[in-house]
Structure formats: structure tokens, C-alpha cells
Write a protein that binds this ligand. Structure first.
Ligand code: HAM
Length: 435
């Protein structure tokens, strides 16, 4: 048996690489429309970059080792700490707000399952230096516009949005001690996936009364207007409600309102988020999260850099690819070559004229292939067909040394050229050539 890749790692054959290229091209095209600039960082980082700030879950999933210089290192499991470090190092000189994106390959030792592998590519889009909620709305609109560019609609994908500040204000209003908030977060995060009784048990164990417990469990499906009606008079909650309402009105003006579902159970696993957080899911709930992100205003300062507000999201290629294939929105790669050069069986082996024509056509921008060994005519035509060649050029060298180039067109038509320059000129004028 030939060796296999490691579990959770992928080989990209040309068909899969074409899908990946489609995903990457679409990501780049859309984020550039929003005036984000591309950056990258090292795939291997000091281990403590993650152990300090990413939160327990990601730390248990690290690919880490000690290198030959005795440094504790890890393959990057996410881009945000690298991004925060890079921006922090130049915080004084960078134009604000910083609008950067990257498409790193990330590594997490996860339990491999549908939608979760041990490596994935993740579009990261981040903004630094702006605390206004307009930045939060702008960020979500990038993620939504990317979905649209793939042909997905508000019927296919939902952006589930919450706000950690609003949630904290609610917990404070309910007189839950701050030391208990992380326990409540953990329960909220799993509310949909674990039995209600278990959630209840955990909340009681965290010291919540039965009444408060049922309020928290009632956060499932609570829409923003109901929340506003219930807590709009609370001095603690009202300012957070007002800010979130402003966010929603910006989202409306940006044309993404119909994608948004207010959802207090969206907490986000990573430890550093401080404000509005969101995740994109397919509407049927069949797949894992497509994308996740939010505001992380304290991360730059806590990594020892300048205190700057920040927000961003990560959008992986794995779930997105699964969803696009399921909805028949992934283009199928068709192999194609502009010209296949065939040599006449009577010609001397590998006539220089054929190789010169190949070189000239390639210089003009056409893709060109020919058999790398002498073959019968039928074999050459068969190979041209399999390669998806648009045109076959038969290169004939007569006994007096004169060369002719016969291009097979559709049907039985042929076009003859007796000079290579004429062939190349004609080739350049055919519109199919992808230059
Ligand atoms: P995350 O929620 O851990 O966030 O990952 C974001 C997205 O990456 C997920 O929604 C999912 O599509 C994809 N993803 C994550 N892990 C895997 C995996 N093992 N296999 C396949 N896909 C995966 C972050 O990583 C944050 N650093 C995002 C961010 C950027 N926040 C602010 N800026």
C-alpha cells in the first residue's frame, strides 16, 4: 500500500486545487473591494504566543515541539496572535484603521470529523484602531459579501450575532457574580448541543438560583426586540442595547440585515473576545460553523503592545467547500489547453519547427502541449482530446524543408499557415486564449 497523508491532512490533486483556487480567488477579490491589504507571518511561532491568550481549547490542540535551539514552538493554530503581534510592533507608524487580510494554513490537533481537519486554510480579515460599531458592521458585511460572491443567499446562510458586553450587562443585571461569568459563557456556548437538564445542572453548580437559571436558558431563541422590551429600562443593559441597535441599523444600510439573527448563545470559544461576536452557519444547521469572529479590544495591549481596539474574523476553506459542493455552487474544473501541436508521421522526429512554434505560441500567452515522444497520428489526436485542447495544429515539414501549420477548427474546417508568425498572429486574435 502506498503511504497515506496523516489523518486530517489533505492531498490537493488538480481538481481539489482548482476548488481551493476558486475559494482563494473569491476571498481575495471581495476583501480587496473593501480595501483590505494582504499580509502574512511565520507558520511556526513561539509556543507562548498561544498559551497566553488563545484560551484552553486551542492550547490542547497545538502541534508543538522543542526545536533544535531548545525553543518551545508551535505551528500556528490561528492567525490572530500573529496579527496582533505584527500590528503591535508597528502600532505607532501604521495608518489607522489598519485593514489587513491573510489566508494562512493553520494546524490544530482536533478530533477529525466532517468540517474539522488538522489543517485548514483560513481567510482572516481584521481591523485595528476603531472602536465605533460601524467597524463591526463593516466587518460582518465583508463576510456576507463573500458568501454572496460564492452564490449563497440569506436563505442558505445565517450570521448569528451576539455581544459579549451586552451579555455581561445582562449577567450583571441578573446579579450574577463576575467570577461566575465564564461558567455561564461555557453553558451558553453548549446550550444547543447538550440536554437542557445538563445545562441547568451546570448553572446551579455555578451558584445560580433556579429563577436566574431559567432566565439564562430562556436566552435560546430570544430575539433582539423582545430583549429590548424586557431589559430596555435597566441602567446596566440599556446603553448596550442602544449600541447594538446602532450596529443593526448600520447593517441594514449596508444591505446585510436579512442575514443577521440575534443569538445570545453565540459566545465564541476563544478567550480574547470583548464585544460583538458572530458566526456564520448554513441555514439548515447541517454543517459546522463556516466563519467566526468578533471584537477583541484588549488583545494588543495584553500582548505587550499599544492599547488599540481590534476586531476580525476567520473563515475556513473546509466547511465552505462542503457547503458549496452540497449546494452545487462549486465550479467543476475542466482541463483545457489552447493548442496541441501534433507532428506529421512523415516529419523527422521532433522537428525544430514544431518546438519553435510551441515556444512562439507560449510567448503569445497561449497554453501549449505536445507529445513528449514520437507517436502515431491517432494517438496524438487522442491525447489532444483528453487534454481538452481547443485546437490541434498539425506541423508538416515537407522534403524540401518548407513547414506548414494546419489548424483543425470545428467540424472539418482547417486553417493553413505557411509561416509561423502568421500562425501566432492568428492564435493571438482568437478570443479563447486566456492570456
Ligand atoms: P475560529 O472560530 O477558531 O476563529 O475559526 C474560524 C473558522 O475557521 C471556523 O468557523 C471554521 O470555518 C474554520 N476552522 C477552525 N478550525 C478548523 C478545523 N480544525 N478544520 C477546518 N476548519 C476550521 C479563529 O480562529 C479566530 N482567530 C478568528 C478571528 C480572526 N478572530 C478575529 N480575527
Amino acid at each position: 500500500m502506498p503511504p497515506k497523508p496523516l489523518p486530517g491532512f489533505r492531498d490537493f490533486y488538480p481538481e481539489q486545487l482548482a476548488e481551493r483556487a476558486h475559494i482563494f480567488d473569491t476571498w481575495r477579490r471581495i476583501v480587496r473591494r473593501y480595501a483590505f491589504q494582504e499580509y502574512d507571518g511565520p507558520p511556526l511561532e513561539p509556543l507562548d504566543l498561544y498559551t497566553q491568550k488563545s484560551g484552553d481549547e486551542i492550547v490542547t490542540q497545538l502541534y508543538n515541539f522543542v526545536d533544535k535551539g531548545d525553543r518551545a514552538v508551535a505551528l500556528r493554530p490561528e492567525m490572530t496572535p500573529t496579527f496582533a503581534r505584527m500590528v503591535g510592533a508597528r502600532a505607532q507608524t501604521l495608518r489607522k484603521p489598519v485593514r489587513w487580510f491573510s489566508m494562512p494554513q493553520l494546524f490544530r490537533y482536533e478530533r477529525t470529523q466532517k468540517g474539522r481537519l488538522r489543517e485548514h486554510f483560513q481567510l482572516n480579515v481584521d481591523i485595528v484602531g476603531e472602536s465605533d460599531v460601524l467597524a463591526d458592521a463593516e466587518l460582518l458585511s465583508v463576510a456576507v459579501e463573500i458568501m454572496r460572491a460564492f452564490g449563497l443567499t440569506a436563505h442558505d446562510v445565517r450570521a448569528r450575532v451576539s455581544d459579549r458586553r451586552l451579555l455581561n450587562a445582562l449577567l450583571a443585571h441578573l446579579a450574577i457574580e463576575e467570577s461566575r461569568w465564564t461558567d455561564v459563557y461555557a453553558v451558553l456556548d453548549k446550550l444547543e448541543r447538550q440536554p437542557r437538564e445538563l445545562s441547568e445542572e451546570k448553572l446551579i453548580a455555578a451558584g445560580l438560583s433556579v429563577e436566574v437559571c431559567s432566565v439564562i436558558l430562556g436566552f435560546v431563541g430570544l430575539d433582539f426586540e423582545t430583549l429590548r422590551a424586557q431589559y430596555g429600562d435597566s441602567v446596566l443593559v440599556a446603553p448596550e442595547i442602544a449600541r447594538f441597535a446602532e450596529y443593526l441599523s448600520h447593517a441594514e444600510a449596508l444591505g446585510i440585515a436579512e442575514w443577521i439573527r440575534f443569538d445570545l448563545t453565540i459566545v465564541r470559544g476563544l478567550a480574547y473576545y470583548t464585544g460583538i461576536v458572530f458566526e456564520l452557519f448554513d441555514a439548515t444547521g447541517e454543517f459546522r460553523a463556516i466563519c467566526g469572529g468578533g471584537r477583541y479590544d484588549n488583545l494588543l495591549a495584553s500582548l505587550g503592545g499599544t492599547d488599540l481596539p481590534a476586531l476580525g474574523f476567520g473563515l475556513g476553506d473546509v466547511v465552505l467547500g462542503e457547503l458549496l459542493r452540497a449546494r452545487k455552487l462549486m465550479p467543476v474544473m475542466v482541463a483545457s489547453v489552447d493548442f496541441w501541436l501534433a507532428q506529421s508521421p512523415d516529419a523527422p522526429r521532433y522537428p525544430a519547427a514544431m518546438l519553435e512554434a510551441a515556444t512562439a505560441l507560449r510567448s503569445s500567452g497561449a497554453s501549449v502541449e505536445y507529445g513528449l515522444r514520437a507517436q502515431r497520428m491517432e494517438k496524438q489526436f487522442e491525447a489532444a482530446r483528453k487534454a481538452g485542447a481547443r485546437h490541434v495544429v498539425l506541423v508538416d515539414v515537407a522534403s524540401d524543408g518548407r513547414t506548414t501549420y494546419r489548424v483543425r477548427l470545428s467540424g472539418h474546417d482547417e486553417q493553413h499557415f505557411d509561416r509561423m508568425e502568421a500562425l501566432v498572429q492568428w492564435a493571438s486574435s482568437t478570443t479563447e486564449i486566456a492570456t
